[in-house]
Design a protein around this ligand. Structure first.
Ligand SMILES: Nc1ncnc2c1ncn2[C@@H]1O[C@H](COP(=O)(O)OP(=O)(O)OP(=O)(O)O)[C@@H](O)[C@H]1O
Length: 391
């Protein structure tokens, strides 16, 4: 992925010494870790949890996907230990978010070395599960936030599935109204899960723009839920180790905030621990004048930028400890509320271009990273155990 170096495109080099200039398309990826009690400046791959206090990292254009995944990998162990985890890619359109999260999916012929964070995380999750039998129950949902509407990409009757990815622009939803919970499919292997994600991706809204020939027009959120049934002697032990087998009777269900309570468990299997992994590929911030968006595409651009602004507002409110955090100003922040302001381990990969041409968008992205680093949260917490399975 090495990009041609651009003399003079030194943006950020003073602030971030290991930054390497590159072509816009082969982004410079920055990694940083920060923990709940966030201090320090800025950026990139910020990490609101207790594992990598005050560390952050900058990836140059020559870094491989596997190196980037190296900073994500420990979070999978945390997931099986009962923590909620969120990994999010942020950046301007064309800066490499989808490549980093999903791999070069649109070009086909993906090699293993190009695989993005989503397939790597899923494979690692099932590898860890196989090392600690019996297996927990794993479910997946795939949704996109498109024009402030939540589109269920696994639902057979969703507009995206019935009319295709190039669907008509739909009316924007009211973020204050509760959305129906998305389809959640139970899966027993990494390949099964990734098949569902790939199927959902086929229906994601995409459009060629002047900046990016295959631009995502929606925020993609893949949610993997790991539910562990705990026996009566489970106190103090890892959920992944303690969970009884759940292979039989897997079926589609619904998940998310409005999940209905499960029926009572039989004696001795009453307690459950549930942890979620959210993998988020945001749509790219975009200047309509540069991307050439008009008509419905302009409306998409407007909603993308508004929802990203709402995300920045939420981080601003959290960093300033304001009494009211405006999660409900957008579907995106509403969906991510638990990860942004809750007790999840939260990692953001900021993709930036140091090309002079994109300086305004790059500065805007770095400002987002700075704001995110200023958020102070407490330590990430393991999910409490519940008698009903809803935590
Ligand atoms: N690290 C990289 N190495 C090689 N190619 C890359 C890299 N990052 C991005 N690309 C290529 O650059 C192009 C744009 O990347 P990508 O689709 O990931 O951008 P994006 O940020 O998701 O854009 P948008 O927000 O518009 O969807 C793609 O063709 C992708 O394959």
């Amino acid at each position: 992925m090495g990009g041609k170096r651009l003399p003079g495109a030194q943006l950020g080099a003073g602030l971030f010494p290991s930054a390497t200039p590159c072509e816009p398309r082969s982004c410079t990826r920055w990694a940083g870790g920060q923990v709940g009690r966030g201090s320090g400046i800025a950026l990139f791959f910020f990490h609101l949890c207790i594992i990598f206090p005050l560390s952050f990292r900058v990836y140059g254009p020559a870094e491989s996907q596997s190196v980037v995944f190296g900073d994500v990998c420990p979070l999978l162990t945390s997931l099986l230990d009962g923590y909620n985890v969120c990994v999010m890619a942020y950046g301007q359109t064309g800066s490499g978010k989808s490549y980093t999260m999903l791999g070069p999916h649109s070009k086909g012929g993906e090699s293993h070395s190009d695989m993005g964070i989503v397939p790597r995380a899923v494979e690692e999750l099932f590898r860890l599960i196989s090392e600690n039998p019996p297996s927990p129950e794993v479910e997946v949902s795939v949704v996109e936030v498109y024009n402030n509407d939540i589109v269920d990409l696994l639902a057979k009757d969703s507009p995206a599935v019935t009319s295709g990815a190039k669907r008509e622009v739909t009316a924007a939803g009211d973020a204050r109204k509760e959305a129906a919970p998305p389809t959640c499919k139970a899966v027993g292997s990494a390949s099964e899960l990734l098949r569902l994600v790939r199927g959902g991706l086929q229906h994601r809204a995409r459009l060629p723009t002047l900046v990016h020939e295959d631009s995502s027009r929606s925020h993609l959120i893949v949610t993997v839920t790991v539910t562990t049934a705990l026996g009566p002697d489970s106190a103090g032990k890892s959920p992944a180790v303690l969970n009884p087998p759940t292979g039989a009777g897997r079926k589609s269900s619904v998940c998310g905030p409005a999940r209905p309570p499960r029926p009572p468990e039989p004696a001795g299997r009453a307690e459950q621990a549930c942890a979620t992994l959210q993998l988020v590929d945001l749509a790219g911030s975009e200047c309509a004048g540069v991307s050439g968006a008009t008509g419905p595409a302009l409306r998409e651009t407007s909603w993308i930028n508004r929802s990203l602004a709402a995300l920045a507002d939420v981080l601003g409110a959290l960093s300033e400890h304001r009494g009211h955090v405006p999660y409900r100003n957008s579907r995106l922040t509403h969906l991510l509320q638990d990860s942004l302001g809750g007790d999840a381990k939260f990692l953001v990969l900021l993709c930036v271009s140091p090309s002079q041409k994109h300086v305004a968008q790059t500065l805007q992205g770095l400002g987002f990273g700075t704001r995110a680093r200023q958020v102070e949260r407490g330590q990430a917490r393991r999910r409490p155990r519940s008698r009903t399975g809803a935590v």
